[in-house]
Design a protein around this ligand. Structure first.
Ligand SMILES: *Cc1c(COP(=O)(O)O)cnc(C)c1O
Length: 424
């Protein structure tokens, strides 16, 4: 498509010469990201500095252990990098202790489970079908295989988490670990009451802020730090860092946690990715980051209002954060999330199909779409553009996959992407 213009920047010049086949693939993805509107709620576009750090020679270094307590020589500089990432994370979130080594959000959760649970112990967590995450106890996931998982859901009436219901379930099932946080929940999570309930039943409380970490840093969502024993996160969603995880905890759990990451479940840390975390946390400490997070939320509200005005029903009636769940059944009872996702991709608008609470369709079809604003906000779209995008989404879905309609929107998406270039 527009790959000739991308070539001109000299991006991946060495790969281009040494491995043309791989180069074609990399450049096609650069082209795709540049020329599509990325509205998957868990994705973002990192800065050039983060990309450079992740692409650095730190990938060559083994550094099993922790700064100044390594099992390998030559760790002077990677120690500094890991300390820098840890210092900045503590400053961002105000936590006692942090471990920046988890390779991913799922690994972060696994380490916490291993730090406080034995196989067979009970976890109380949000159902995947109501917005939870695989690593919160899906049967096919390690979490569902090793532990006795009981799920809470959202209320049928409000489609939000009902704290009285959680309290009742916690007293009934006496979990050893109460897991909070979600992957597809558009409302504010009451971490303080969750923490209170955990204390009432003698459970540990793990808050998984993978999606909302950036909002928390900016003060746009209440922080779980005072109310949870462990706080896990990814670093690549609203936090806009490299693809990875991180765990924060109270000082008393620091030792157990660190030994569960290494040697418990991981070997050598990915030092180049930890350098990317240090770079991203440095960016998140700047005042501009708070402005960015406010714009994400403003864009999400604008999109939610525009879709509602077009007749769509949003799960829980709207959004408090960076994402929304569209229930397609109201306007288009015959259209599945899978259909809509595919048609929108043809038009250059990337979203994902998603179960809505109490969905009668299978997870491979679904009746909903999850749409988020972190990535398009990074490239600079504001409320005016978001309203235009809402109209395109409606136009494409209402056309039932009409090819010419998708092509028309595609060319307008291309034009908009040209006006809002990516940071890299
Ligand atoms: C994205 C996410 C994760 C894990 O992400 P990885 O893909 O394993 O990095 C964990 N928990 C929640 C709530 C998430 O949304």
């Amino acid at each position: 498509m527009a790959s000739s213009t991308v070539d001109d920047t000299g991006l991946y010049a060495t790969v281009r010469v040494q491995d043309p086949r791989l180069y074609e693939m990399l450049i096609a993805e650069v082209d795709r990201q540049s020329n599509c509107l990325e509205m998957i709620a868990s994705e973002n576009h990192v800065s050039r500095a983060v990309l450079e750090a992740v692409g650095s020679v730190l990938t060559n270094k083994y550094a099993e252990g922790y700064p100044s307590k390594r099992y390998y020589g030559g760790c002077t500089f990677v120690d500094q990098v890991e300390d820098l990432a840890r210092e900045r994370a503590k400053q961002l979130f105000g936590c006692d202790h942090v471990n920046v080594q988890p390779h991913s959000g799922s690994q972060a959760n696994m380490a916490v489970y291993m730090a406080v649970l034995e196989p067979g112990d009970t976890i109380l967590s949000l159902d995947l079908a109501h917005g939870g995450h695989l690593s919160h106890g899906l049967k096919a996931n390690f979490s569902g295989r090793f532990y006795n998982v009981v799920h809470y859901g959202v209320s049928r009436q409000t489609e939000t988490i009902d704290m009285d219901d959680i309290r009742r379930m916690a007293h009934e099932h006496k979990p050893k670990l109460l897991v909070t946080g979600a992957s597809a929940y558009p409302r504010t999570i009451d971490f303080a009451t969750f923490g209170q309930i955990a204390r009432e039943v003698g459970a540990y409380h793990m808050a998984d802020i993978a999606h909302i970490a950036g909002l928390i840093v900016a003060g746009l969502h209440p922080s779980p730090i005072p109310h949870a024993d462990f706080v896990t996160t990814t670093t690549h969603k609203t936090l806009r860092g490299p693809r990875a995880g991180m765990i924060m905890c109270k000082a008393e759990h620091a030792k157990a946690l660190d030994s569960r990451i290494f040697p418990g479940i991981q070997g050598g840390p990915l030092m180049h990715v930890i350098a990317g975390k240090a770079a991203a946390f440095g960016e998140a400490l700047k005042p501009e980051f708070k402005v960015y997070q406010r714009r994400i939320v403003e864009n999400a509200k604008t999109l939610a209002d525009a879709l509602i005005a077009l007749g769509y029903r949003l799960v829980s009636g709207g959004t408090d954060n960076h994402l929304m769940l569209v229930d397609l059944r109201q306007v288009h009872p015959d259209i599945t999330g899978k259909d809509a996702e595919g048609w929108l991709e043809q038009a250059g608008i990337i979203v994902n199909k998603n179960m809505i609470p109490f969905d009668e369709r299978k997870p491979t079809l679904t009746s909903g779409l999850r749409i988020g604003t972190p990535a398009v906000t990074t490239r600079g779209l504001g409320p005016a553009e978001i309203k235009t995008v809402a109209g395109w989404i409606h136009e494409v879905i209402s056309s039932h996959g009409h090819e010419q309609t998708a092509a028309n929107v595609r060319s307008q998406v291309l034009e908009m992407c040209g006006r809002f270039p990516l940071p890299h």
